[in-house]
Design a binder for this molecule. Sequence first.
Ligand code: WTA
Length: 660
Amino acid sequence: MTEQSPALDNLLTESRTFPPSDEFAAQANANADLYAEADADREAFWAKQAERLHWETKWTQVLDWSDAPFAKWFVGGKLNVAYNCVDRHVDGGHGDQVAIHWVGEPGDTRDITYAELKREVSKAANAFASLGLVAGDRVAIQLQMIPEAIFSMLACARLGLTHSVVFGGFSPTALRSRVDDAAAKVVITSDGQFRRGKAAPMKANVDEALDGAESVEKVIVVKRTGEKLEGEVPWTEGRDLWWHELVDGQSDEHTPEAFDSEHPLYILYTSGTTGKPKGILHTSGGYLTQAAYTHHYVFDHKPGQDVYWCTADIGWVTGHSYIVYGPLANRATQVVYEGTPNTPHEGRHWEIIQQYKVSIYYTAPTLIRTFMKWGKEIPEKYDLSSLRVLGSVGEPINPEAWIWYRDNIGAGKAPIVDTWWQTETGAIMISPLPGVTAAKPGSAQRALPGISAKVVDDQAAEVGHGGGGYLVLDKPWPSMLRGIWGDNERYRETYWSRFADQGFYFAGDGAKYDNDGDIWLLGRVDDVMNVSGHRISTTEVESALVSHPTVAEAAVVGASDPTTGQGIVAFVILRGNVAQDEAKGEEAITALRNHVAKEIGPIAKPRQIMVVPELPKTRSGKIMRRLLRDVAENRQVGDVTTLADSSVMDLISSGLNSGK
Ligand code: WTA
C-alpha cells in the first residue's frame, strides 16, 4: 500500500436515477427476486446457475472453501468447456445459427455458424494434439481479433490445454516473460496484423521474443496480412508451422473429453503493484458458470434473438469472459471486429451496429469519451434503433459520458449496465440488472445476486451509507481466481493479507456507498494505473525508464486525463553524465517514451515525461507519489511534512517552471 488513500475527495453529487421502462422490465431475464433467492441459500443458487452447463459428471459438493483462499467449486464435477460453448448448441439443433459475424479491418467479413465453429475448433484440436500437446500443457496465444484467435482458445479448452493469451500490443520483452513464466510449449501468432489501414508485423516480434526461449517447441503462424506485409516473415525451420498447413487438412471431427471442474482453463497476466506481472489462474466449471450466468442476466441476453457485440480485445479478461466463454456458452450471435474504431472512418462502430442490427453493445468509458470528442453527429448518421442494452467496463464511467452514451447511442432509453469486475474475479461482480435496477449514472450500484461486496474502513468495519473506504469481496464466488501461476505466496499476500483476519478479498479499489447504500467505484488505491481501461503498474513503467542509459531514477504517477481516465506521467532524474539540456529536448523525451513502448508496449508510453533534479521521498525512502500527482495535475502541492527534505518540491516546481 502507498500513502495514498481512496479518492474520497471525489465526492459525487450525481443524483439522477433512471428506472427501467415497464416494457423492458416485462421481458427482462432478471427480476428482483433473484437477490432474495441467492441470499436464502447461496450454494443452492450457484448450483442452479451451474445447471446452465452440460456436465458429463455432476458435482458432489458446490463449494469447498476448507483450504481458503484456494477455492474449489463444483467439486467432483466434470465437463468440457469447449463442448459447452460449441457442440452443445449444434446438438441442440442450432448448428445453422451464426455464432460470429466477423468483420475484418479492411472490410472483409466472415459469418461463422455454430456448426462451422465446431468444425474449425475440432480441426484445430486435432492439429494441436498432433503436436503432442497433452492436457495441462500451456499454449501462449498472441493474435489480433481474427477467428483463429477464438478457434485456438476453444481448441485449447477442448484438449484441456491451458492458454495464456498475450495482448497483441505487448512488446517482445513482455511476451517473453509471459512465455517463460508459464513455460509455454507452443506459441500461436500471425504473420502480421492490420492496424489503421496498414499491415504491421507480428511474427517478427514474436521471433524476437522467443530467441532462446527454452520451453517453446512450436510456433503456429496464421496468415493474415500475406503479401500486404512488407518484407519477409522470419521463419525457423523445424519450429514454425503455418496454421493453414497444419490445421486445414485435419479431420473436422474430434471427441471432447470431460475434465475436472477445477482443471486449469487459462492464465492471464495482469499488472500488479510490483514490476512482475501476475499470472492469474482460472479454472473450468465455476468460471464458465459465472461467465454464462452474468452474460445472461446483466446483458439480458436472448439466444437466437439478440446480436451481441463486446468491443474488447481477447488479450484482456473482458475478451475471455464476454467474447469467448460467456456469450458462446449462452449461444449468442455476436460481432467480432478486428480493427480500430476510426478505421477507415469515425463511424465504423455505428456502421457495424446498423449492418448487423446489434442489440447489445458492451464497451469501455475511454472509448465513449472518444466518441464524445468526435461528436454526436457521427452516430446520428446511422440507424442504431436495434440497440436495447448498453454496457460499460474497465474504469469508473463519469456521469457525463454515461448520459451521452444513453442519449446518443441508446436513444435516451436503453439501460446502461456499468459492470465492475477484474481479471481476478473472472466475471462481473457488481452491476445494475437491466429491467430491475433504477440506474444511476456513474454507479455500478450493487453486487449481483450470489455475490457479496462491502465497503470497509482500515479496520475492516463496514462503512455506513455516505461513507467511503476499500472495496472487499467477503464471500468466495465461482469464477474467482484460483491463484497466481506458480506463486501461492504472492496470491495470499496480494489479495488476502490486507484483511486476513476477516478473510476478505482486497480488490485494490476505493469505493463509497451513497445514501441508498449503492456502491460507487473511485479508482485504484494502489500503485496500479488505469489507462484507457488497461491496468499498468507504476513500478513496471519505472523499471522500463531506468533501464534506459540516460535515466538514473524515475517515478511514475497516473494523472487524471479527460479521455483515457488516467494518463501516465513520469518524473525522471538523469544520470550525472547526461547534459541536462540535451536530454530535456524533445528528441530525448521522445526517445524515452519510445523506450517504454519497446519494453512494455505502446499502451504504457508516458503521456508526459518531466526531467527533475530530485524526487520527493519520505524518510524511509519511499517516493511520495501523491505530491507528484499534484504536480502532474497542476494542483497546489499538498502536505510535505513527511518528506525527508521538504524543499524538494520547490526544486521540482521551480525547475519545471523555468524549464521549457
Ligand atoms: C477497474 C477489467 C470502476 C477497477 C474487467 C478494477 C472499474 C480494474 C470498472 C480491473 C467499473 C473495472 N467501474 N472501475 N465498472 N470495471 N474497473 O483486471 O479499478 O483489466 O480493479 O479487468 O479496473 O481491471 P482488469
